[in-house]
Design a protein around this ligand. Structure first.
Ligand code: AMP
Ligand code: MG
Length: 340
């Protein structure tokens, strides 16, 4: 068992985090989306250690993080859609899946052997500085044990991974609070693989304005299999059962509210009293954790979630809630955890 170092975000902590990453160690750090578990993406030993620390299935590829678009396009092919989307959304919570360049230095372990690479330029100032100092691509899936709720604070990271990783760099709470939107640009038509921190409408309108092929919005599994290797059902799992679209709540339930909270719950976390999906996204994972922990302490039977609208970041929130509510091992009809 390792002793996980807690690093402050000052120059000393950031320098230590960069040195550890360059030495092939595992360092969690905050981005604008969630905390990522970073490893040198060019180092197969470091990347294997990420899968191991998270208990993540090795067929589920990782996102590589770099400091700017030039660093990204040294690794992947700059297609016309990639150029347009990078100009509009990087740095920011958009991940693009693109063909790897022949000279791409990211190791095969990070991409699960695929010819494509998922890549992103995060906007958090500390993450930016860290990536510039490390000066190589950093693979960083969410810094939680596979299948559990993603972390949006350094304390959440330690809850799940203390003793399994070398360090966590405290970058404060994550402002977006949901993972990046993932778009596959390796085919003829751009395709949404995962709803996330940038609304699909915003992406669709940039593509349309540039006269590029229209966004295919079908993110979920088809008969042919999951859209993306990590898109299996159960994920983000609290320990208490979660039910969706609640329009009433019992006295022995916890309530995840949106807008005007339903009366009668034992415990309530309001995602956004004013009905704002951006605010709701930023409060989602912390709320699920709080309701789960306190709910278990109080002996409650489950969490009821109110309906979240389908506009803005609503689809991304609904996606996370649907997966948090999906059957999982230990429950009567279990599908395996996807792991991320
Ligand atoms: P996470 O690291 O947990 O935020 O998840 C990253 C998501 O991106 C997972 O759903 C992966 O399956 C997906 N992903 C990563 N690389 C690729 C790729 N090359 N092709 C398709 N999907 C990918
Ligand atoms: Mg994840």
């Amino acid at each position: 068992m390792l002793v996980t170092e807690s690093l402050g975000a000052g120059p000393e902590g950031a320098a230590r985090a960069a040195a550890l990453l360059q030495a092939g160690r595992l360092v969690a750090f905050g981005t604008e989306t969630v905390y990522g578990l970073g490893a040198d993406a060019t180092d197969p030993v470091a990347v294997r250690a990420v899968f191991e620390a998270k208990g993540r299935p090795v067929h589920n590829p990782l996102i590589a993080h770099v400091a700017d678009a030039d660093a990204a396009f040294a690794l992947v092919v700059r297609t016309p859609a990639a150029r347009a989307l990078a100009a509009s959304f990087w740095p920011g919570p958009l991940t693009m899946v693109l063909p790897k360049r022949p000279d791409c230095i990211v190791c095969a372990e990070a991409t699960a052997g695929l010819p494509t690479l998922a890549i992103r330029v995060p906007s958090g100032p500390i993450a930016q500085a860290l990536l510039r100092t490390v000066a190589r691509p950093v693979a960083a899936p969410s810094a939680n044990p596979s299948g559990r709720i993603s972390p949006t604070t350094a304390a959440h990271v330690l809850d799940g991974l203390a003793g399994r990783i070398d360090a966590v760099l405290d970058c404060g709470p994550c402002p977006v609070g949901l993972e990046s939107t993932v778009i596959d640009l390796s085919g003829e038509r751009p395709r949404l693989l995962r709803a996330g921190g940038i609304a699909a409408e915003a992406i669709a309108s940039v593509l349309a304005a540039a006269g590029l092929p229209e966004l295919d919005h079908a993110p979920r599994a088809s008969a042919a299999g999951p859209a993306s290797p990590g898109m299996l059902a159960s994920h983000y799992a609290p320990r208490l059962p979660l039910r969706l679209e609640a329009d009433a709540v019992a006295g022995d339930e916890a309530l995840l509210a949106f807008g005007t909270a339903l009366p009668g719950a034992a415990l309530t976390w309001n995602l956004s009293a004013g009905g704002d999906t951006g605010e709701a996204a930023s409060r989602l994972f912390a709320g699920l954790r709080m309701l789960d922990e306190k709910g278990i302490q109080l002996g409650l039977r489950g969490i009821a979630a109110m309906r979240v609208p389908g506009a803005g970041l609503g689809p991304a929130i609904r996606d996370r809630l649907a997966r948090a509510a999906a059957p999982r091992p230990g429950q009567p009809t279990g599908a395996g955890p996807a792991g991320g």
